[in-house]
Ligand binder design. Structure first.
Ligand code: NAP
Length: 325
């Protein structure tokens, strides 16, 4: 009997055909209330899951006694209880590398849009508010030559450093678990502790994962270290930041602005105070959202899933402890 694969993300026809050639495939098109019911119904016979953007709690996965693998279409794995999956020997895979450059592009789009007030001033033009040559009230801040602070010097952090150093002549400060000598050499980057980075960087960019250690890392104390000229950029995960403290820092002028792709709760509430602020550029979690990159991520996830169900070690295995091989 064919193994049962449950998708909660739509795939291109070509990828769908690859899966259907080998497996019984159930596609859940939307993760609304009905989609979640469909998922619960499919779990008892599922051998593998593929998708992203929902929390797969142990209480849900307990419904899937035959589950062998989860292929997440994301690099972040904060939606999974890795210890639980490892204990059950369920392989978890992700999609690193293929989204790195695109996510760094999103980071730079937010840096430029926030510093140069692109959204605010484009809206002013659209609303007929451009009546004369604009003056200092609408000036932005330079990006080139300013200090780029990167919190989490991994793949995406490095791609951001590359853009800042080579494209915009920015001195790069970074903070990570450990120093990265190769990065320092390539981008003339300087390692420092988090407080020093918060105090000295003009752009403070988060590119680290959401973990028990990083949840709420950027709190009121962290915002208090920043300067009134600082611009805060989050392309990591919303919960790394205490959003109430961020709102207060923006309101009080403790920082100049924020470019945010991720939020504590997504989708962001339409009545969030963040959406009332001209100095905030908010995007709907679009870090990797280009046609090319989303297809590459889906392909990567399918390949991980095919390997896992063939009894091979998937290339992007997250929980090595779950591997029986
Ligand atoms: P990565 O290569 O694993 O890099 C993460 C870096 O964060 C590592 O270098 C790590 O430092 C550092 N780090 C981890 N915990 C830390 C801590 N407590 N303090 C300081 N540094 C810490 O991951 P990546 O591929 O660059 O992705 C990073 C994150 O971006 C993902 O986990 C995901 O949540 C987010 N993301 C968001 C989007 C989006 O759509 N907005 C898209 C893609 C990814 P060490 O190397 O020293 O351990």
């Amino acid at each position: 009997m064919k193994k049962h694969v449950v998708l909660y993300k739509k795939l291109s026809a070509q990828l769908m055909e690859r899966l259907q050639a080998q497996f019984q495939v159930t596609l859940i098109e939307r993760l609304d209330a009905q989609g979640l019911r469909q998922l619960r119904d499919a779990l008892p016979s599922a051998h593998a899951l593929l998708g992203a953007s929902i929390k797969l709690d142990p209480s849900l996965l307990d419904l899937a006694p035959n589950l062998e693998a989860i292929a997440s279409v994301s690099v972040g794995v904060d939606n999974y209880d890795i210890d639980y999956l490892t204990q059950r020997r369920i392989l978890l895979t992700n999609t690193p590398n293929v989204l790195t450059e695109t996510t760094a592009d999103t980071g730079f789009a937010l840096i430029l849009a926030t510093a140069r007030r692109v959204v605010e001033l484009a809206n002013l033009v659209r609303a007929g508010g451009w009546q004369q040559s604009i003056g200092p009230r609408h000036f932005g801040s330079d990006v080139h030559g300013k200090t780029l602070g990167i919190v989490g010097m991994g793949r995406i952090g490095e791609a951001l450093a590359q853009r800042g150093h080579f494209g915009f002549g920015m001195p790069v400060l970074y903070h990570s678990h450990s120093p990265k000598p190769a990065v320092e050499q390539r981008f003339n980057a300087r390692y420092c502790d988090l407080d020093t980075l918060l105090q000295q960087a003009d752009f403070i960019c988060l590119t680290l994962p959401l973990t028990a250690e990083t949840e709420g890392l950027i709190n009121a104390r962290a915002f208090a270290q920043m300067r009134p000229e600082s611009i805060f950029i989050n392309i990591a995960r919303g919960k790394v930041v205490d959003e109430t403290a961020l709102i207060e820092a923006l309101r009080s002028g403790q920082i100049r602005g924020a470019g945010l792709d991720v939020f504590e709760r997504e989708p962001l509430d339409a009545d969030s105070p963040l959406l009332q602020m001209d100095n905030v550029v908010a995007t709907p979690h679009i870090g990797s959202a280009t046609h090319e990159t989303r297809e590459a991520m889906a392909r990567c996830a399918v390949e991980n899933l095919l390997a896992a169900l063939a009894g091979e070690r998937p290339k992007n295995l997250v929980n090595a402890g779950g591997w029986k091989g």
